[in-house]
Design a protein around this ligand. Structure first.
Ligand code: SF4
Length: 332
């Protein structure tokens, strides 16, 4: 499978007022393959959005690199950068904040078409806007209205139409449903899944809980305090979570079957997430982990491939034959 995005040992630190550094993303590696959706989950403050934004070039890197089709996105020329902004688009978390309420829907959607010269003339531009509105479940007449006339779910549809207006190949979805009513969330997820299939989009989908990314993601990466702690296929993660943090997150996901739900043991995490300014030595999850061992407070666990395609950073798996001390390379 063709790699679209390669993230290698990515670090993104922010300076704090106390002249320290907030280690938002700390040595994270993963790849995203053509046509797949990679979900990244974790609690707020785990670094998932910073990771996504750095992968899109919205922040400079502190260390490491991000390659898009083999090209380092942080050292692109102006011309390359312009082409990149067409191929990669973003869907924002809060459609109330990301769209100007007084702007006409038409202007929002047509902007990218105009910037990238995608329509031969005004007639074609109008046709493209109408088609985009229909593609996202709205209709052509909505183009003449102002954004403030629309509900949150409809605004997010407008945001999706805007992102798709330049015919991108990669979509970065930054918690695109977390600001919406629960009743609307499934509609937006279904719409994104439909569009992804129709347009063969590659997607990076950020969410704070595992129930949201379950259906949309082919693979899922779990982040904790700036680190990727587990990465595998979505189907495997829900059946055989390996990392104690993933297991705790999954134990909180509601399941439809009442019998199975009653049997399911909820793992309550103790304590709070430590500060990313002074993260603990060794495993960053050690202070909250029910399986914590002596080594965990001394040595940082490396990401290892415990079975093909399933990566975990946890000392519990050090003894798995063939995995001990074997640091996974960036081909995750
Ligand atoms: Fe828990 Fe140790 Fe694994 Fe960290 S390395 S998750 S503390 S068992």
């Amino acid at each position: 499978q063709k790699k679209i995005l390669e993230v290698k040992n990515l670090k993104k630190y922010f300076p704090t007022t106390q002249k320290q550094q907030l280690k938002a993303v700390d040595n994270v590696s993963f790849d995203i393959y053509e046509g797949e959706t990679l979900g990244i989950v974790g609690e707020s403050g785990c670094g998932k959005t910073t990771c996504g934004k750095t992968c899109l070039g919205m922040y400079p890197v502190t260390d490491g690199e991000v390659l898009f089709h083999g090209k380092n996105i942080h050292s692109m020329s102006k011309k390359e950068r312009f082409a990149f902004t067409k191929r990669v688009q973003m869907i924002f978390q809060d459609p109330y904040a990301s769209l100007d309420p007084h702007q006409k829907v038409y202007d929002i959607i047509a902007e990218g078409i105009q910037i990238h010269g995608m329509a031969k003339n005004k007639t074609e531009e109008k046709k493209m806007v109408a088609e985009l509105l229909e593609m996202v479940g709205l209709n052509a007449e909505h183009a003449a209205r102002n954004v403030h006339e629309f509900s949150g779910g409809q605004r997010q549809r407008i945001g999706i139409a805007r992102a798709l207006s330049v015919n991108p190949e990669f979509l970065f979805c930054d918690e695109p449903i977390s600001a919406l009513d629960v009743s609307i969330q499934a509609q937006i997820i279904n719409l994104l899944m439909k569009l992804q299939k129709e347009k063969n989009l590659t997607m990076l989908f950020i969410a704070h809980d595992l129930s949201i990314v379950k259906h949309i993601s082919d693979r899922i990466g779990v982040m904790y305090l700036g680190k990727m702690v587990e990465l595998t296929e979505s189907s495997k993660l829900y059946v055989e979570p390996k990392h104690p943090y993933t297991r705790a997150l999954l134990s909180a996901v509601p399941i439809a079957d009442p019998e199975a739900s009653a049997q399911k043991e909820r793992i309550m995490l103790k304590g709070d997430v430590p500060s990313p300014v002074n993260p603990p030595v060794g495993c960053r999850f050690a202070g909250r982990c029910e399986n914590c061992m002596e080594i965990c407070r001394k040595e940082e666990p490396q990401m290892i491939e415990i079975v093909p395609g399933h990566y975990v950073a946890c000392h519990l798996y050090d003894e798995i034959p063939g995995s001990k001390g074997q640091k996974a390379d960036a081909s995750l």
